[in-house]
Ligand binder design. Structure first.
Ligand SMILES: Cc1ncc(COP(=O)(O)OP(=O)(O)O)c(N)n1
Ligand SMILES: Cc1ncsc1CCOP(=O)(O)O
Ligand SMILES: [Mg+2]
Length: 375
């Protein structure tokens, strides 16, 4: 190669090392701040570090000296798609593509001067493929869960079943009845049983495209690969659980008055349970905030103070679901109302019909999620 050619190669290497480093940093921020994923954050940081070490092969001053940004004709070539990003997933998609392309350029042009350098870059590029795959899938999983949750009307709480077949049958009948979310809630079983049922249920729920939530136990929810956990006011705070759950899994929080609702909106909770609404047979209470509370929650939704999906809970069934919808709440969580096989589909469909009288508020967030899925 002539001196001029070597200088051009250095210029290309410098530009692409910067591009790859910036792309990796962009992705690191998404793993850290969007997904709260320590492991992915660490991987991305390692790739960035490995790239910097590999680039140490070149004299830094020579690289900088080869740089000629004002004379770079490429800086004037921009496309409309570069100027806007529809949402956070689009930021990630653009950064992964840009990083991969930059690494490939480093490898190809690096081969002209140093095959060993090119081989190091190739290895980083392959490691990046695996990390980017995980990052994009986690992001997509998080979007899918949030979207399903936003579209949910019916949420059923179930106990453990005596075996896997019975659990499968139970989840199947609820899915067939168009139940959107199922929570495994069983204070009477030991941890091992709860975990086993949580794990089996997670696989079945995934097949059936129903969200699968574990009551109280974030550890079991993660270990069983469930979609999320539901916790109460006296349990570990939502933001502390977020580190355990990651951004891609859901956290639901029980609320019993409007102050708790406003406080929940300031956490990273994905949805709230509101109640107890009416007395029921599943759990007993001394105090019922009832429909007065539900109306306050609905008002907070209307004013935009509350953007989290809110599920009314406690003693709700065919006989009183109309009161819930009249209070302005279009989502319910129930145990007793969907406990019996008899007439399950009919009960669920009538409840849904009544709940659908309450339109969902379309938030900027839900529109953004929709646009990701349409791509
Ligand atoms: C959807 C939903 N809402 C509320 C609750 C109640 O949770 P909590 O107050 O923690 O009581 P227990 O269920 O743990 O007895 C819930 N489980 N699900
Ligand atoms: C767990 C829980 N938390 C508030 S009410 C309730 C029980 C819901 O079951 P049901 O619908 O049978 O009242
Ligand atoms: Mg609880």
């Amino acid at each position: 190669m002539t001196n001029a050619e070597s200088r051009t190669v250095l210029r290309i290497l410098d530009a692409n090392a910067n591009r790859a480093g910036e792309g990796l940093r962009t992705l690191e921020e998404s793993a850290r701040f969007i997904l709260d994923d320590l492991c992915l954050t660490d991987c991305l940081k390692t790739h960035r570090h490995d790239l910097a070490v590999a680039m140490g092969r070149w004299n830094r001053l020579q690289l900088i000296d080869s740089r000629d940004t004002p004379g770079d004709v490429g800086t004037q070539v921009t496309t409309a798609s570069e100027q806007s990003r529809a949402d956070l997933s689009a930021v990630i998609a653009a950064a992964t593509t840009r990083t991969q392309q930059a690494l490939r350029c480093l490898e190809e042009y690096g081969k002209t001067s140093d095959p060993a350098f090119a081989a190091r870059i190739e290895s980083i590029r392959y490691q990046c493929y695996a990390t980017f795959r995980e990052l994009e899938l986690k992001m997509a999983g998080s979007n899918t869960r949030s979207r399903k949750l936003r579209d949910a009307r019916l949420y059923a709480l179930i106990a453990c079943e005596p075996n896997a077949d019975r659990l499968e049958a139970r989840i199947a009948e609820l899915a067939d009845a168009q139940v959107d979310v199922i929570q495994l809630r069983d204070p009477s079983v030991d941890d091992r049983t709860l975990f086993e049922q949580a794990r089996i249920g997670a696989a079945i729920a995934k097949q059936r495209e129903v969200l699968w939530i574990i009551n109280d136990r974030a550890d079991i929810a993660v270990a069983a690969d469930a979609d999320g956990v539901h916790v109460g006011q006296e349990e570990v705070p939502v933001d502390a659980l977020r580190g355990v759950m990651g951004r891609e899994r859901l956290i639901g929080l029980s609320t019993h008055d409007i102050e708790q609702v406003h406080a929940a909106a300031r956490t990273t909770a994905d949805y709230i349970g509101c109640g107890p609404t009416f007395p029921g047979k599943t759990k007993s209470f001394d105090h019922f905030p009832g429909c007065v509370f539900l109306k306050q929650v609905s008002d907070a939704e209307q004013t935009g103070e509350l953007a989290l999906p809110a599920f009314a809970i406690g003693g709700i069934g065919l006989d009183n679901v109309e009161q819930v919808s009249q209070a302005g709440i279009g989502r319910v969580a129930v145990t007793g109302a969907l406990a019996s096989h008899e007439g399950l589909r009919q009960t669920a469909s009538t409840m849904r019909e009544i709940l659908e009288r309450v339109p969902f508020r379309l938030t900027a967030d839900s529109e953004a999620v929709g646009s990701v899925l349409e791509r």
